[in-house]
Design a protein around this ligand. Structure first.
Ligand code: ADP
Length: 326
């Protein structure tokens, strides 16, 4: 029997942080290694054109994101792993989807409101339209599941709608995609723990997977633990990080102390810092090693694109006929 299909992609717009890891990447690697799915993973370089980055930075970031995902365990032998722009069918399908998607539905997307607030001088049409390209990314491989963080759930709902609008107009073809969330679908910012952890707020809001142990400790020292309003979202967030990155024994100790109201935040921050530094030690080494040979990374990604184009080409051949351009 054919396996269920998984798709996920990340924009090459900077270092991966622990939010990306716990919300999406860890799950991608686990789903891949379960052997139960046919996995397609991409570096979404066309999506990054909606932001402010220049061409030189983009070129470097594409290699860096590929290296980071390889170092975390995305395995080109087990998954189809590629760079989005090397499979032109993504933008082709996005155009077709543009023509079944009502403008008003895109205007509802909270990510658009969020992101345009962060780049007020560059609110381009691509930023408005990128959920349609995302739907094309996913449906090109007719993926049933998408491992992602909570902030992207609305876009998966839109992907389902787009599949329905297309199917209604041209005949039943696309599947209904579902989001696959983890137990940590929304990791919070270190400095403003009522907001999601995001690099767009600034480097001190996030812990990057490639941060050195010294930097991790420094960032955590500055982390907010008490909002002063009775609740302590910052401390809760640190406990979530402790649960995921420290050993079970340490987590248990802090849980016990928490029940008695005896947690010392300085100690908690140190334990989280040590846990994260240890957890990504192997990653940091692999990443550095991979980045010595960018041409090898290009080669791996190129081979992935050849594999992806086979499936993408089959889908598009059918879609072109369905919409009547063939
Ligand atoms: P950022 O918000 O830092 O720009 P991206 O938008 O590139 O990150 O997100 C890449 C993936 O990581 C997506 O699947 C997204 O849902 C997930 N993700 C991003 N931030 C978080 C977070 N704070 N907690 C959990 N998952 C997250």
């Amino acid at each position: 029997m054919a396996k269920d299909i998984i798709f996920s992609a990340l924009q090459p717009t900077g270092d991966l942080h622990v939010g990306n890891y716990l919300g999406a990447v860890k799950n991608m690697v686990e789903l891949q290694n379960s052997g139960k799915y046919d996995c397609f993973f991409a570096v979404a370089d066309y999506h990054s054109l909606t932001g402010d980055m220049d061409a030189k930075d983009r070129r470097e970031q594409i290699i860096q994101m590929s290296a980071e995902l390889l170092a975390l365990g995305i395995d080109p032998e087990k998954s189809t792993f590629f760079i989005q722009s090397e499979v032109p069918e993504h933008t082709e399908l996005a155009w077709i989807f543009n023509c079944v998607t009502p403008m008003a539905e895109l205007a509802r997307m909270t990510q658009f409101k969020d992101k345009s607030g962060k780049q007020v001088k560059n609110i381009n049409a691509g930023l408005f339209d990128y959920p349609v390209l995302q739907a094309a990314d996913i449906l090109l491989y007719r993926a049933e599941f998408v491992p992602i963080g909570k902030d992207q759930v609305q876009h998966i709902e839109l992907t389902r709608d787009i599949a329905r609008w297309f199917n209604k107009k041209y005949g039943n073809f696309f599947v209904e995609t579902k989001a696959k969330l983890t137990e940590a679908p929304k990791v919070m910012s270190l400095l403003e723990p009522t907001k999601k952890m995001s690099k767009s707020y600034g480097d001190n809001h996030v812990i990057n997977l490639a941060d050195s142990p010294g930097i991790i400790e420094k960032k955590l020292k500055k982390a907010v633990t008490d909002s002063g309003k009775g609740s302590a979202p910052g401390a809760e967030n640190l406990m979530l990080l402790l649960k995921n990155f420290a050993d079970k024994e340490t987590y248990k100790e802090f849980m016990e102390a928490g029940k008695k109201g005896q947690v010392r935040y300085g100690d908690l921050k140190k334990a989280v810092a040590d846990g994260i530094a240890m957890y990504f030690e192997d990653f940091r080494e692999k990443r550095e090693h991979l980045l010595i040979h960018p041409e090898k990374i290009r080669e791996i990604m190129g081979a992935g694109a050849v594999k992806a184009r086979k499936t993408a080409g089959e889908t598009m051949e059918k879609v072109r006929k369905m919409v009547g351009v063939r």
